[in-house]
Design a protein around this ligand. Structure first.
Ligand SMILES: C[S@@+](CC[C@H](N)C(=O)[O-])C[C@H]1O[C@@H](n2cnc3c(N)ncnc32)[C@H](O)[C@@H]1O
Length: 450
């Protein structure tokens, strides 16, 4: 049957405590345990009530797997307050409950057949993109929660940030989230990657949420109701809509130069013929920027442009013309798509040399973690696999670079950057531009301009 991962008793007790601590059950309270498995949460509820001297609520525990339900029937006491049902929780239902607690099934869309996928897409707003069954359990449970009810679920934390969980984040924000606790993978003996306990309470709509991170730290954060990723909020990273961002301190934040034919325009330093030296500029690729290292360009880029960014005429190219017009090179250059709208020796994009040849900060476009380095002399031409940031005030370049290498910027980029195929971060200038700028650097930047 789908998605059976039993919840260990200590975790069950921790979650039941979250459910009842601030609002213990009364004799008429009702509780739902959807996907009850062998009844771990029902046992936990009975333990809590016995310990606290509180009445056991009216419990409905259901599971679609008959074998699990048989286990639950054997394990649980036969009380008239406990009803065990073999039912599909995701089928339409109406009855509402004061408490809902559970560990819903984790079943990715790939584990569902096409009939199930189509049915869920029709019936659930959270069944979008590469959805997971636990998102649908959340949606159904929120629907079945009484107006002042409380819900506690343990699930993988992925719903905090994956794009397909945007509708779930909107629903949770609208329903009211009281707390999100990120718990250790050891809680499930490594069976669940990055688990999180979510406590939803309708009384908490629009208020701040308590976030408990894996290092035990706790903070109050406002969660966005827009469907955007909650990771920056949960990690305590400055929000992307902070009052000041990198555009306040940098003249330009761009991707490096795209020649469209690096094999022709870029060559090792020692291979540059003396006649072409006047067109050669030290250049660096993303691969050559190592964490903790200073940039050391070993290649030169032959640039057929003036410093103001204007393309040299063929007559002005001199010896560079002879090199580029060699038949094999000219043929290769002429095949580039950009040549449809540009001279045959132009770069794919015109290089803004006036900005590039200034003191600047460089970072490779894709990497396990971002690492920024300073080109203090402003002589390096970054290739297309490098982002460059030109500060308004060159005197602030080291302070800005230290800030860019700080854990808070790293967290921001981890939370906001796209991932490349291998899980590496893919920088983009629109994300870099939104990196918040701390007050002290804003002040320095403003003083520098004044
Ligand atoms: C992760 S297990 C948790 C079991 C139990 N609550 C625990 O914590 O030990 C999820 C349970 O959901 C059940 N399940 C999966 N799909 C279901 C559905 N559509 N309706 C009801 N139960 C379902 C599975 O059979 C499984 O027992």
């Amino acid at each position: 049957m789908k998605g059976f991962v039993p919840t260990p008793a200590p975790l069950v007790d921790h979650m039941v405590d979250k459910l009842f601590r601030s609002a213990p059950p009364t004799p008429s309270s009702t509780l739902l345990d959807p996907g009850c498995g062998a009844g771990a949460f029902v046992e936990g509820v009975i333990r809590w009530c016995t310990r606290a001297g509180a009445p056991v609520p009216w419990i409905t525990a259901l599971d679609s797997d008959p074998a699990r339900l048989r286990e639950a029937r054997q394990a649980l006491p036969h009380l008239d307050r406990i009803t065990l049902l073999q039912e599909d929780f995701l089928a339409p239902r109406r009855e509402q409950f004061d408490y809902i607690i559970g560990n819903p099934p984790y079943v990715a869309i790939t584990g569902l057949d096409s009939v199930e996928r189509a049915r869920y897409r029709r019936q659930y707003l959270t069944a979008v993109g590469r959805f997971d069954l636990y998102a649908l359990f959340f949606e159904q449970a929120l629907r079945l929660l009484k107006p002042d009810g409380r819900l506690v679920f343990v699930t993988p934390e992925k719903f905090l940030y994956v794009q397909s969980a945007g509708p779930l984040r909107q629903q949770l924000a609208a329903a009211g989230v009281e707390e999100i606790e990120l718990i250790d993978e050891g809680a499930f003996a490594g069976l669940v990657t990055y688990p999180a306990i979510t406590t939803a309470s309708r009384r908490k709509v629009g208020q701040v949420v308590r976030v408990i991170t894996r290092d035990g730290a706790s903070r109050q954060v406002p969660l966005r109701g827009t469907g955007a990723s909650w990771l920056p909020d949960v990690n305590g990273v400055p929000r992307a809509d902070a009052p000041h961002n990198l555009t306040d301190a940098f003249l330009r934040i761009s991707c490096g130069v795209a020649t469209g034919a690096d094999g022709i325009f870029v060559m090792r330093d020692e291979n540059v013929p003396p006649a072409l030296r006047e067109f050669a500029y030290p250049t660096i690729s993303g691969r050559e920027i190592g964490v903790g290292e200073q940039p050391r360009p070993r290649h030169q880029m032959l640039i057929p442009y003036k410093l103001d960014g204007e393309l040299l005429t063929e007559a002005e190219l001199g010896p560079l013309h002879a090199y580029l017009a060699h038949p094999a090179r000219r043929a290769q250059l002429s095949e580039r798509t950009c040549v449809a709208r540009k001279p045959w020796y132009a770069f794919h994009e015109n290089p803004p040399l006036g900005d590039i040849l200034r003191p600047k900060i460089l970072c490779k476009d894709i990497g396990a973690r971002p690492w920024f380095v300073v080109d203090e002399e402003g002589v390096i031409v970054p290739r297309h696999s490098v982002y460059y940031l030109v500060p308004k005030d060159p005197g602030m370049i080291h302070g800005l670079c230290d800030y860019l290498n700080s854990p808070s910027v790293s967290d921001f980029l981890v939370a906001n950057c796209q991932r490349a195929a291998n899980g590496f971060l893919r920088l983009q200038s629109h994300v870099l531009k939104r990196v918040p700028l701390p007050e002290h650097l804003v002040t320095d930047a403003q003083m520098a301009i004044a």
